[in-house]
Design a protein around this ligand. Structure first.
Ligand SMILES: [Zn+2]
Ligand SMILES: [Zn+2]
Length: 369
């Protein structure tokens, strides 16, 4: 009986690791392996009963708690919940393209100081540590850091953790307002209120900021290159975020001017192109909310010098809308069209009468004079 008890007794790691409040399950796993001095990650996991898998769900947390001999509640508060292709961090859901399933990124100064890896380093759009500089994704031997490593600062090819002196020095940092906003949303920093963005999921905010930043930088009708560098994208996100956080600081006049130069018209048939609504910057129209669309249209109207209603959905507007917008009865509006010699440019379909957006502008402009 005594012998049997000895055989089935589960192996217990010698040093108990307890998750930090903002530590993800996989970051915790590497730390637990490292402090127990195990040469391989998977061996450690097999030994505590996880069959070589990553720590993924609450059942695994129970195994962990059993293995370490401490209460399960210590393991049921990881801030990450993994699905096949998404992860929910705190309460924000991120698709696969926002997270790195293979490669890890760390600030080695923070790891050396505090000994653990906080949840924001899981996200590709968090590229720097606000205190020390760019996050590092490679070991000093040149091999990438992965989620299978046995130590937070060392890849599996290296013999032992490196001394601080062998690691690159901390850089000087300009704090990124965009990253500050994201950290606030994730409960990892002071919350910054931006009404335009607060109603959106954080993943959408990232897309929007990058799209607007690129539009302001590259300009109208120039495709965002698919191979834009991580650094470039980070710059666009910063610029786009600042524009959305402080809308009075940016304008679209230059974009509108560029449109005029390229198309030779002051009355674009497709004003939507200027914003890249339907081509390059999809997030600008399908991830935004009414506040954002309103803001962009207002900026665009200012840039073009004529009123923009919902022109981005159509080249033509109905006579009913035109008359109401011009504060004229419909017959008076039609007379104004005829007097200006613009009646022939309008379109009829069955009982409907449509006015091209640029013609509507000319009529109301003439009428105001
Ligand atoms: Zn740091
Ligand atoms: Zn290495």
């Amino acid at each position: 009986m005594g012998l049997l008890a000895l055989v089935v007794k589960r192996w217990v790691p010698s040093i108990v690791a307890i998750p930090k409040p903002d530590e993800t399950s996989r970051a915790f796993a590497i730390r637990a392996v490292a402090i127990n001095g195990w040469p391989t990650f998977l061996g450690f996991y097999t030994r505590i009963g996880l069959n070589g898998r990553m720590l993924r769900d609450t059942r695994d947390s129970e195994r962990m708690s059993e293995a370490f001999g401490i209460p399960a509640k210590e393991f049921d508060r990881f801030p990450d919940v993994w699905d096949k292709s998404t992860v929910v961090l705190v309460s924000e859901r991120f698709g696969r393209r926002f997270i790195d399933l293979e490669q890890r990124r760390v600030c080695h100064h923070c790891v050396q100081e505090h000994g653990w890896s906080p949840l924001e380093w899981e996200l590709k759009f968090i590229t720097t540590c606000g205190r020390h500089g760019p996050l590092v994704s490679k070991c000093t031997c040149g091999k990438p850091l992965t989620w299978g490593d046995r130590h937070l600062l060392v890849c599996n090819s290296c013999a032992a953790p490196l001394a601080k002196s062998e690691l690159p020095p901390a850089g000087t940092m300009n704090a990124s307002a965009f990253q500050g906003y994201c950290l606030g949303r994730l409960g990892r920093g002071a919350r910054v209120e931006v009404p335009l963005l607060d109603a959106l999921e954080l993943a959408s905010v990232v897309d929007l900021a990058e799209a607007l930043g690129a539009l302001l930088d590259i300009g109208f009708a120039n495709k965002v290159p698919g191979n834009a560098s991580h650094e470039q994208r980070a710059c666009w996100r910063d610029a786009g975020y600042l524009a959305l956080a402080e809308p009075e600081t940016f304008d679209l006049v230059n974009l509108a001017e560029e449109y005029r130069l390229k198309t030779g018209t002051v009355c674009p048939k497709r004003p939507a192109d200027i914003l890249g609504f339907f081509s390059d910057a999809k997030p600008l129209y399908d991830r935004g909310n009414e506040l954002l669309v309103g803001l962009l249209l207002e900026k665009l109207a200012h840039g073009l010098g004529y009123p923009v209603h919902d022109l981005w959905v159509s080249d033509f507007v109905s006579i009913e809308w035109c008359a109401a917008a011009g504060r004229m009865p419909i017959p008076a509006y039609i007379s104004a069209l005829q007097e200006a010699g613009l009646r022939d440019k309008c379109m009829t379909y069955r009982d409907y009468f449509f006015v091209p957006v640029d013609i509507h502008w000319e009529v109301t402009h003439l009428n105001e004079q």
